[in-house]
Design a protein around this ligand. Structure first.
Ligand SMILES: [Zn+2]
Length: 236
């Protein structure tokens, strides 16, 4: 019996891509072999609809990428920390961008208490964000709540990133590294800057407040101060 490789199409596509790339830019692969000098580290969701390089039009060698479910930056995640450390200390990237996306499955699970298995423990990080902002989220119309939490999650994960020893040490020694928080719209393919932009430790608090106020304004009309004053007991 002849076994047909079910993944043969991927190899065929790959051969075509390598040929096209080399034709477009002769010597492309031999140049990349010598070094990579990306200016950006992208920390995004593992969702297949958010292909990092493609949607910002960057080629291999131009974007260092870390992806996980719901673009989480957890202080104890050795995988993410190793990527961040290598990107900052060895590759000396100039920008680190935390990128969430609308209608994120991980965020939806966190919002709706879905039980999916082991991944629930990872999504717990997003649930922490949900409960931190519960009083305000309750004021957001139900149909917009997932996207609101997607944006809040970007903010909180970017904040975590600013508080890693890697980023703090880089800032202390005067290395230029700017942290950003963006969100990608699945419905229109567009990126939006949430204005959580931090180039040094003293930027962090004001950037967070500004970005949070922007989210509050986009999703509700009620002033953020009044809502946070209503914050009750934590239901978890
Ligand atoms: Zn996602």
């Amino acid at each position: 019996m002849i076994m047909i490789n079910p993944l043969s199409e991927l190899f065929k596509n790959n051969q075509q891509w390598a040929t096209d790339t080399e034709q477009r830019e002769p010597g492309f692969f031999s140049r990349l072999l010598k070094q990579q000098t990306p200016q950006y580290l992208w920390i995004g969701c593992a969702d297949s609809r958010v292909p990092a390089n493609e949607l910002v039009g960057l080629l291999p060698g131009e974007l260092f990428v870390h992806r996980n479910v719901a673009n989480v930056v957890a202080h104890s995640d050795l995988n993410a920390l190793a990527v961040i450390q290598y990107a900052v200390d060895a590759l000396r990237v100039q920008h680190i961008i935390v990128v969430g996306h609308s209608n994120c499955g991980g965020v939806k699970a966190a919002l709706n208490d879905l039980r999916l298995g082991l991944v629930d423990n990872w999504i717990r990080h997003v649930k922490d964000v949900r409960f931190k902002h519960k009083a305000w989220l309750d004021h957001v119309p139900a149909q917009r709540r997932v996207d609101a939490l997607c944006e809040l999650n970007v903010l909180e994960q970017a904040l975590n990133l600013c508080y890693t020893t890697v980023v703090q040490d880089a800032w202390t020694r005067g290395q230029s590294v700017v942290v950003h928080g963006w969100v990608y719209g699945l419905h229109n393919g567009l990126l939006e800057d949430l204005a959580m932009t931090c180039a040094c430790l003293s930027d962090v608090s004001a950037a967070y407040d500004r970005a949070l106020a922007g989210i509050h304004q986009r999703y509700t009309d009620a002033p953020a101060e009044r809502i946070s004053a209503e914050s009750g007991s934590d239901p978890r």
